[in-house]
Design a protein around this ligand. Structure first.
Ligand code: ADP
Ligand code: MG
Length: 347
């Protein structure tokens, strides 16, 4: 740890703190008419519809500051929210950031948090347009509201999937879960032996997926360029199993997902071997991938196949055929809200 003297929030005061954190913040979007500084922000989308979503991150529940650098936390808090806008097939444009901080949080720590928020704003070209700052008796809370825009016809909901539609997923799944297991393990090792200096470079990918995830912001444009309009869409925050069930329930259909088709990174598989956790289970039940799951008409098969970053993992079926994962040995495992059940099978 550096010996740098830390500044208390009380020495700056609430307004001094807000000013320090948000001073000279860049603006990327034309629709940002008025950002911080008044009682409310003003956004002008003209003919487009406004998409809004919010999420809260709680210390000790959603993040552990023992292994989460604050800069990454700020970045991740933004991405987690933008993925909900991306999952509507909309373009994220603005965010509001509200924080509740305890007395043990220094101004320098919040500087780091906001550096991460700023970096995410740059990567995703969104504007910070407001928020709130308050104190907390225990721990740090970060609540982010994301705003986006879309033409009404471009929006994609969870409910539009049709029988025989192809089920597609971006990127790969299960890595963030494995990254978390690794970080938890290292925290325990460190608690027993503070002098341990593990070489984690071979696990760089899964660690990054946990600490600094990305969401496929270019998917909307890519699909549009291909001439593909998805019939349903959702972001993968809770694991593939629970997300596909949302699409099935809202579309009144069943599904078949093929285990062998689920995209999984080699580090996810390798670390899975090490801790004896099946990589497919991490993909189905793990969560925090922030990739996008969507369905397209079967006629788009040849078009989608040309894009290696999109994987076709299954298809929609009649509701009475249920929702199932087709395992590598050909058995059907019924999907449940918290993953899949090895004990039950259907034909
Ligand atoms: P109010 O008293 O109306 O809640 P504040 O003093 O809390 O106003 O906020 C002043 C301005 O700073 C507002 O534009 C608000 O949106 C913005 N703001 C406050 N806290 C934050 C924060 N943590 N991050 C970004 N903007 C903030
Ligand atoms: Mg306020």
């Amino acid at each position: 740890m550096s010996k740098q003297k830390l500044t208390s929030i009380s020495s700056l005061g609430e307004f001094g703190l807000i000013d320090r954190l948000t001073n000279a913040w860049p603006v990327y979007q034309k629709s940002t008419f008025k950002a911080m500084g008044d009682d409310a922000a003003v956004i002008d989308f003209g003919k487009e519809q406004t998409i809004v979503s919010t999420d809260i991150l709680t210390e000790g529940v959603h993040f552990d500051l023992a292994y989460t650098p604050l800069k990454h936390l700020g970045y991740k808090a933004v991405v987690v929210n933008l993925s909900d806008i991306v999952a509507m097939n909309a373009q994220p444009t603005q965010i509001l950031v509200s924080i509740a901080v305890s007395a043990r949080t220094s101004v320098e720590a919040l500087d780091e948090l906001y550096l991460g928020i700023k970096e995410a704003c740059k990567t995703y070209q969104v504007d910070l347009v407001g928020g709130d700052t308050t104190s907390s008796k225990s721990g740090l809370f970060i609540s982010i509201t994301a705003i986006g825009k879309a033409l009404p016809n471009d929006l994609v909901y969870r409910k539009g999937a049709k029988i025989n539609d192809l089920i597609c997923v971006t990127g790969n799944l299960g890595a963030a879960y494995m990254g978390l297991q690794l970080l938890i393990r290292e925290k325990e090792v460190f608690a027993v032996n503070p002098n341990s200096q593990p070489d984690l470079s071979q696990w760089d990918y899964i660690i990054e997926r946990q600490l600094k995830p990305e969401t496929p912001i270019n998917l909307r444009k890519k699909l549009n360029d291909m001439g593909v309009k998805p019939s349903s869409m959702i972001d993968i925050s809770d694991g593939l199993s629970s997300e596909i069930l949302h699409i099935c329930q809202q579309s009144n259909l069943g599904c078949r997902i093929y285990e062998e088709k689920i995209p999984i990174h080699e580090q996810t598989i390798k670390f899975g071997y090490e801790i004896k956790v099946d990589a497919s289970i991490a993909a189905m039940n793990g969560g925090e991938d922030y990739e996008i799951l969507f369905t397209v008409p079967m006629t788009d098969f040849e078009t989608i196949k040309r894009y290696p970053e999109i994987q076709i993992i299954g298809h929609m079926v009649e509701a009475d055929k249920q929702c199932a994962l087709v395992a590598r040995d050909g058995t059907n495992l019924i999907l449940e809200a918290q993953g899949f059940n090895h004990a039950s099978s259907v034909s």
